[in-house]
Every structure is written in structure tokens, then in C-alpha cells.
Design a protein around this ligand. Structure first.
Ligand code: LLP
Length: 415
């Protein structure tokens, strides 16, 4: 299950990656469904004994094939747009298991969510609460809401993916959360459902989650004393994984901490993991186009591959490190290579300074690319987006075709 070498060749489950590259070309994203399923089961097991729901953060990898399979496992979904809600519905997901996050929900998105009867709007400002209330009234539906609290907890992660500090745009301060709850509970158009936070992404320590939960539970108790009772507490996602050699979040310890803190409380726990469900399950396949070895000492060796920053922006955007492995070890003398793409930007690299034995034409797997890989890809440099392939055991299927240049130009006119 997942990625392993068979007779020296890297395979996704039972399928050699070279076979997939031959069938669909490169670059291409490949996902192992059994590996996602196994991660889902790991989280589920870690939370055993707690009434819980795993709401997959759709933004991490939003292909319908993955959403549909997660829905059959009983997953809920954390969405951030009407588009993501549409995906969940098309994948057969239950809107009653959807939570809607984000600081800038549009009126159209709110209306869509209200009409579908989603489980909770995670409200992030007083203005959003007012808009939600007025739209629900207009539509003649009662909207379920929770307040996203910004607990001002340091998640100790990359500044671009920290979200739970008071200087971040997300959520509302605890004091304001109480005001929003009291307004919502007085409204005939809203149902107070839960309390929520999401403090950041790629968090390795349990302590920030514990601190955030403590801040939420303090509010739950204050609300309780004021006669407002909630049905769930949502601690968001952000469960850290290993890309290089950094420690991953210990999900079992997190489960233990959550069990201890939630025992005896009549609250359902919601978690919103994205990355840790899908990152390890994915690779980006790319072929070496040209080798440009250093012409003289002090210069660098460049391996120009056919994937670029538009296909996987994480290295350029977050200084992220992804392992790079030749699918078949071709031998030869290892050198230090910068693995770069064809895009006209110096920031267009997938990996820097990696010791690899490379030949032109080699197939490479950029590992741990299943989360925020394809989902953050773009058409920069008019590069059609690459296909997505889902592997299940011995079989694979193209679950998103490669775009053509015609696809990319379809919505443009000469004006
Ligand atoms: N819930 C909310 C409200 C979120 O904003 C996010 C991610 C998640 C859950 C899921 O977090 P996860 O479990 O995947 O860490 N593009 C960046 C990550 C951005 C995360 C944004 N929010 C990256 O490639 O590292």
C-alpha cells in the first residue's frame, strides 16, 4: 500500500509508476487510494472513544474521485467555497456533514450552503454573522452556525500557514465570540451549533491543539452558564506530517489528549484534516528533459524537468522540501542537482541541491505531493494542468484528464 520499490522500480500500490507515465504522459499526479483510506482509518482509530466526525479539508486535494471515496467512509467535509460544496455534492457527499470555513464567504456561497442545509457555517466576523442571518431569513431557512475563534495560539509553523495568532485574519477573539453567540442565539433564523478554530497547518506538536481546545472549552462553559449550549467543538486541521525528517504530529497522543479533555462533555468533536490524509498518498511524476551540468567549479548542476512551479508551487511559495526519487535507479555517478522546471522564473524549482544519479529521459517521482499539489496548480506560462491518476491496488484510472491548450484558451476572446 502506498509507494515501494519492486525489483528496483518505484510502484504505487501494485502499479509501476513507469507504466502510468507511459499511459498518461508526464507530468502527472498519481494518488494511492489505499494510502488515503489507511490514513483515514488511523485518525478514526486515534479518536476512538470520542464521539467524532472527520471533516476532510477539501482544499488539500479536491478531485471528485477522492471525495466520493471519502464520503463512503463516512467522512464529512470542510469547504471554503461554493465550488467546493458543488464538488462534495457531485461526489455524493452529505451536505449535512459539511462545515464551511473562510473569512470571505460571498452571498452566493452563503445562499448555496443555506439551501443545501449544511451542518455549520464557521462564522468569522460580526458582518458575516449579520449577512448569514439576513440571507437565511430571506430564504426562509434556519442556518446552523458556529463561531471560529482565534485563540491566539502559536502553532510554531511557517508564517504563511499560521492562522491562530491574533495578527492573522482568521476567526474572532474569544470576547467577541461570546457576543456573536449571544446575537445568534437570539435570532430566529440561526441555530447555534458549535464552536470552531483552526490554528494553522503542518503542526507537529500536540500542545498548541491542547491550548486551543482549552480556550474553546472555557468559552463553552461560559456559554453554558448563560444558557447557550452547543452540539460540537471543531478543532480544525493542521496535523503535521513528515516531508524530510521532521517529526509528524503524533495522532495517537492527540487522540489521548482530546479524549481526556472531552470526557463527560456532551459535545461531538470535529476535526478538519487535509494534508495528513492525502499528502503521502500522492506523487508528481516528471521526466528529465535536459541536464545542464556545471560548466566550471562554483556553478550549479541543473536538471530541467517537464514539471514546474505551476504544477507544484510549494517549494517556491513556502520553501517546502519534497523528496525526489528516480522511479528506476539508472546508476551512474551521483551529483548535486537543482531540479528545475521550464517556467521563466528563478523561483521555478522543485528541489535544490539533491544528490542524484540522473540521465536525460529519467522518470522522477516528487514525493509527498498529494496535498496542495494539483489543488494549487495553475496555467502560468499557458501550461495546461496535468492529469490526475488514482491507483487502487493493481488498477489505475485517470480521474482528471490532462488539459489541452484549447481548454486553457476556451474562455478568452479577442475582445
Ligand atoms: N481547516 C481550515 C479552516 C483550513 O484553513 C485548513 C487549511 C485546514 C482545515 C486543513 O489544514 P491541513 O490539515 O491540510 O493542514 N497550501 C499550504 C497549506 C494551506 C492550508 C490552508 N488551510 C501548503 O501547501 O502547505
Amino acid at each position: 500500500m502506498g509507494y515501494a520499490r519492486r525489483d528496483g522500480e518505484l510502484c504505487a500500490d501494485g502499479v509501476p509508476l513507469e507504466r502510468i507515465a507511459t499511459a498518461v504522459g508526464t507530468p502527472a499526479y498519481v494518488y494511492s487510494w489505499p494510502s488515503v483510506r489507511e490514513q483515514f482509518a488511523r485518525i478514526d482509530t486515534a479518536l476512538a472513544g470520542i464521539d467524532h466526525r472527520i471533516c476532510y479539508a477539501v482544499k488539500a486535494s479536491s478531485n471528485l474521485a477522492i471525495l466520493a471515496r471519502l464520503a463512503t467512509l463516512g467522512a464529512g467535509f470542510d469547504i471554503v467555497s461554493g465550488g467546493e460544496l458543488e464538488r462534495v455534492l457531485r461526489a455524493g457527499g452529505d451536505p449535512g456533514r459539511v462545515v464551511f470555513s473562510g473569512v470571505g464567504k460571498s452571498t452566493a456561497d452563503i445562499d448555496f450552503g443555506v439551501k443545501c442545509g449544511i451542518d455549520a457555517f464557521n462564522v468569522e466576523s460580526a458582518s458575516e454573522l449579520a449577512r448569514l442571518e439576513s440571507r437565511a431569513r430571506l430564504l426562509g431557512c434556519k442556518a446552523r452556525m458556529s463561531v471560529r475563534v482565534n485563540p491566539d495560539v502559536d502553532a510554531n509553523t511557517h508564517p504563511y500557514i499560521a492562522t491562530g495568532l491574533k495578527e492573522n485574519k482568521f476567526g474572532v477573539a474569544p470576547g467577541q465570540a461570546l457576543e456573536l453567540f449571544s446575537r445568534a442565539s437570539a435570532s430566529p433564523d440561526l441555530t447555534v451549533a458549535g464552536i470552531d478554530c483552526h490554528i494553522g497547518s503542518q503542526i507537529a506538536d500536540v500542545e498548541p491543539f491542547e491550548a486551543a481546545l482549552a480556550a474553546l472549552l472555557e468559552l463553552v462553559d461560559t456559554l453554558d452558564r448563560g444558557g447557550i449550549s452547543l452540539d460540537h467543538v471543531d478543532i480544525g486541521g493542521g496535523f503535521g506530517i513528515t516531508y524530510a525528517d521532521e517529526p509528524a504530529l503524533d495522532i495517537d497522543i492527540l487522540g489521548e489528549v482530546l479524549r481526556n479533555n472531552l470526557a463527560e462533555r456532551p459535545l461531538q468533536l470535529r476535526v478538519e484534516p487535509g494534508r495528513c490524509l492525502v499528502a503521502d498518498a500522492g506523487v508528481l511524476l516528471t521526466r528529465v528533459e535536459y541536464l545542464k551540468p556545471a560548466p566550471a567549479p562554483g556553478h550549479r548542476n541543473f536538471a530541467v524537468v517537464d514539471a514546474a512551479m505551476n504544477d507544484l508551487i510549494r517549494p517556491a511559495l513556502y520553501q517546502a522540501w519534497h523528496a525526489v526519487e528516480p522511479v528506476v535507479e539508472s546508476g551512474g555517478t551521483p551529483k548535486r542537482w537543482d531540479v528545475v522546471g521550464p517556467v521563466c522564473e528563478t523561483g521555478d524549482f522543485l528541489a535544490l541541491d539533491r544528490v542524484l544519479a540522473l540521465n536525460e529521459g529519467d522518470l522522477l517521482a516528487i514525493r509527498t505531493a498529494g496535498a496542495y499539489g494539483f489543488a494549487q496548480s495553475s496555467n502560468y506560462n499557458t501550461r495546461p494542468r496535468v492529469p490526475e491518476v488514482l491507483v487502487d491496488g493493481e488498477d489505475f484510472a485517470v480521474v482528471r484528464k490532462r488539459e489541452t491548450v484549447a481548454d486553457v484558451l476556451r474562455l478568452e476572446t479577442l475582445g
